[in-house]
Design a protein around this ligand. Sequence first.
Ligand SMILES: Cc1cc2nc3c(=O)[nH]c(=O)nc-3n(C[C@H](O)[C@H](O)[C@H](O)COP(=O)(O)O)c2cc1C
Length: 266
Amino acid sequence: MDLISVNREKCIQCGICVKICPPMILSMEENGPQVVNPKACIACGHCVAVCPNMAIDNIRTPRANQVTLKNFPVIDATTAQQFLRSRRSIRCYKNTKVPREQLLKLVDIARFAPTASNKQGISYIIVEDPKILKKVTEVTIQWMEANQSQWWSFPIHIRAYREHGIDGILHSAPNLIIATALKDFKNSRENTMLSFSYLELFANTLGLGSAWAGLIEMCASSKYYPLLELFNIPDDKKLTGAVMVGYPQYSFQRLVDRNPLDVTWM
Ligand SMILES: Cc1cc2nc3c(=O)[nH]c(=O)nc-3n(C[C@H](O)[C@H](O)[C@H](O)COP(=O)(O)O)c2cc1C
């Protein structure tokens, strides 16, 4: 079966599909768009999604799997600015279970973030078992204790945990979402970061909060086996990111500022 099929009766030869294709696999010929380099298709779906006449289909990204929207929602700029600025890292969580359905919604939107060459390639492990979560904190503290000369071995975190049982690693969040990718996948970190950015922003719309678990990521990238074995990551995969999720205990009253904007015009 051909990669791309064109309904010649519907095609008005407007050429948008040709212009929009990122790897330029289409060329406009006398009888409509023709595929000139099918192997370069990245399955982004643009050709199919943009066609004003439903004349083109692509077996790698079938129209049947696309959603038709009459009006693509656009929120006003002020609302968007306030929404984006109101995402904050949450480090105090309610002791409330997050339904699986809500957690699935989070990772299901994360997979729509941009990825290099549309390779995607990120899988998620959702940890909800309190025993495993406790163990994650415990072994990460042990890893810090074993590496006390390193900058990321925070004595305050160790002491708070050992003396008062305070979890400064996962902040007692009821869930940890781990991203994984194949070991030889080059853009895995960038793809993970963008997917988690989507996840974190969308979390707010579900009344959830989140925070990057950077210490877990560092502990994993140092190949600390007691942590890695907790996640049961397949041999051909690596941990590429970690984010904690739960219902925020407190709400922020103000939007904070950042460093002054640094822009150069040329
Ligand atoms: C790569 C990365 C790693 C991070 N690691 C942690 C972490 O281990 N623990 C934590 O509480 N926050 C972590 N954060 C959250 C940052 O501290 C936070 O984004 C920053 O202080 C700005 O605050 P805001 O997210 O509330 O706007 C991390 C963020 C990023 C992007």
